[in-house]
Structure formats: C-alpha cells, structure tokens
Design a protein around this ligand. Sequence first.
Ligand code: EPZ
Length: 429
Amino acid sequence: MDRIRIVGGQRLNGTIPISGAKNATLPLMIASLLTDQTLILDNVPRLADVGLLQRILGNHGVDVMTAGKRPGDDPNSGRTLHISAKHIVDTTAPYELVSKMRASFWVIAPLVARMGEAKVSMPGGCAIGTRPVDLLIMVLERLGTQIEIESGYVIARAKKGLRGGEIVFPKVTVGGTHTALMAASLASGTSVIENAAREPEITDVADCLNKMGAKISGAGTSRIVIEGVPKLNGARHSVLPDRIETGTYAMAVAMTGGDVLLQNARPELLQAALDVIAKTGATVSTTNEGIRITRNGGGIAPVEVTTAPFPGFPTDLQAQLMALMSRAKGTSRITETIFENRFMHVQELARLGARIHLDGETATIEGVEKLKGAPVMATDLRASVSLVIAALAAEGETMVNRVYHLDRGFERLEEKLSACGASIERLSA
Ligand code: EPZ
C-alpha cells in the first residue's frame, strides 16, 4: 500500500492548477445513462472514484472512451470522456461495486427513468455517519416508482414510466436533489423540488441535463422546476472546477504561509470558505487566472465556524479547517451539522500534537505553538487531506498511511504541492 512522506516546515509558493470537481463528475457520468447518445465530458479529473464509477457503468453496458492528448493541449487540463449508454445490458448494480462508493447508488434514478426498472444494492454504512437513502427512495416513490427492499437491494419498478410530482425535502440533500433532477427529466409532466440543494455541482449537472434536452429551471435556488421530456440527447459539457480542492489548498497556504495562485478556481463556488480563510489572517484575492492566497508572517487567527449546506461553510472542508486551527493563536470552535460522525481526523491530528476536545457535534481546538511529525492514518478522503495540511506545517517527518483515500478525490496531490516547494513524496509499497 502506498504511503506519503512529508517533511514539514516549507512555505508554499507558486501555482496550483485546480482540477474538475469530483462531486460534479460522478453525477455527470451517471447522467449518461439517461440517453442512448454519447455524452462528452471535458475537464474530468484523474481520480480513483472516476475509475471505479467507470467500472460500475461498464457493468450496465456503458462504454467509456478516454480521448488521447492532442498537440497543444494544456498539460493541466483534465481528460475528455466519451460516454455511451447506447445499450443498457443490465439494470442491477451489485453490492461488491456499490459498497465501494456511495454515489454509485444514484444510478437507480436514470436506470428506472429510462428502463423502467433498477435493482441497486443499498450503499451501507460509511466512516462519516450512517448516511441513509430514505430521501432518495422518497423521490422515486413521489415520481411513481414502486419500491421493494429485498436482501439488501432496493428494487425500483415503473413499467409505465415515471410521472411528474412534488418533492419536498425535509432536509437538504445533494444526492436526493441529483436523483430528483435525473428522474424528473424523463418523467411525464412537471415536477417541483422544494428545499433543493443549492450546491454548485447541482447547477452543473442541471446545466448539462439542459444541454441534453431537459427542461430544468431554478437550479442553484431551493425551488427547482422540471418539465419532463420523453427523450434526452447527447451533449458536450465541461466539468466545473473543484471548490473543495480549491479550499483545501487555500487552507494549506494559510497554514504554511507563502503565496499561491489557485489557477482556474472560481471564488463564487466557495465564498463562505474564503471569508473564513481571510478571517484567519491570509489575504485572498481574485485574479483573471483564479484565486491568489497569501500569508506572510503574522499568526493564524482563531475562528468559529458551523458547517451548513451551500452557500454555507462546506462539511467537506471541515477537517482541513480543523488542521489549520490546530496552530491558531487562541481557541476556535467548529460545529459539524451535516454528518454526525465526521470527526475521525481528530484522533490523528492529536498524534501530531493538536489539542482538540469533542463535545457532541462541536470541536474545540486550542491552538498550539508547534505540531510534530508522526505516522498517521485516516479513514476518509477529507480527513486524510487534513493530515497532509497539518504535516506540511509540522516539525519533522509525517508518514500518511492509507493513501488510497487521497487518490479517491485529489488529483496529483504530491505533484501539485511539491511544485510549490513542499517536501512531499509518495512511497510505493
Ligand atoms: C454529497 O454527499 C457529497 N458527495 C459529499 O461529499 C458531501 O459531503 C455531501 O454531499 C454534503 O455536501 C458527492 O457529491 C459524491 P447529502 P451526499 O445527501 O449526497 C442525510 C466527499 O468527501 N440524508 O447531501 O451523500 C445525510 O445522512 C463527500 O466528497 C438522509 O438523511 O450527502 C446527511 O446527514 C463525502 N437521507 C445529509 O442528509 C437520505 O436519503 C446530507 O447528505 C440522504 C441524505
């Protein structure tokens, strides 16, 4: 198993190109199941989760072709995928595949909308909380699907096709909103989603569906209206930049000090996080090329933050902020309201010398003068990268084990950081 070795203490200076967003790429690839024509996606990041979803889609009969590089292509631009779900050969998504990545459960919506049936394994528990799928099932039922749960599988049937309906979410759910968008696009009649998620990845998927011929309005607000159409077409769409990758590197610079341009990053995708980063003492500025983060001298100021659905502070940056706060000059408080168990990084940060006290959903972090390198291990993607951030500022060597978590969501992490002066290398087993 690969490990990452970091020797802390270097400031970060230079340019980091921001990749396409993982959490838009996954639902966009799944949306290809809605049409028998080819969906072309540009700016797709090279990530383990993308490869895994490719295998899952392949099991349904979907062909995914990766376009080769052309002369003059920007070396930092993502890949182009040509995805064709012309022939769906199997509407079952088995446990062995779905259990590896929760988002793959979302195939249930396009499969039942286009094929009238789907059998998808329940995704099961996960390291950051219980993460049920009751609201996704509610969406499908509201649109006329019969649901049965049998031996750990959700069996969805709508032999006569889906029909439009009103969906009122009792809580904001990203996956629930993606499910509703995809299913309602091919339903007969109009659907209305109330209390929809407003995350930029929802808007990106709605934009792509509209290019495919869907009639969606209001994406990006909490009320989305979808007029169903009988058929969707192929289209070409470029994945939006990854706001979580952007926020992660911004916090890394706020932690180590230095001056980095986050190329292609768009401030409106993470304004709440940038406001917090500015409060910690870093300078955040927007240029034509992206977002520039600078911190020269001065300490890290403590903050109080509560995670919330977009446009609030994202749960996917909570662990990284905690790493930054571990060296703040004073006491900070971070409250996690989205997932009940997303604090697995606390113990590992403590191994580096962080002082964090947990009380229910709130972590109190007493900033320390120094962190010290240690062997660490993490249980999920964002937790792992929070350890990388802490290690970049720690004295001595940190060995991050279980690097496969990082490979799920951060493209060329070691390369991007070492190009800015970090001492970081991957050790292959
Ligand atoms: C998406 O997960 C993201 N995943 C997550 O990113 C992200 O943390 C999360 O949204 C919140 O922003 C992808 O986009 C692939 P939710 P999702 O449905 O859709 C509860 C990462 O690190 N809920 O918005 O699964 C749920 O338990 C990942 O990249 C129900 O109760 O999240 C949670 O408390 C991790 N019933 C809340 O809603 C349901 O049926 C929000 O979850 C569905 C969700």
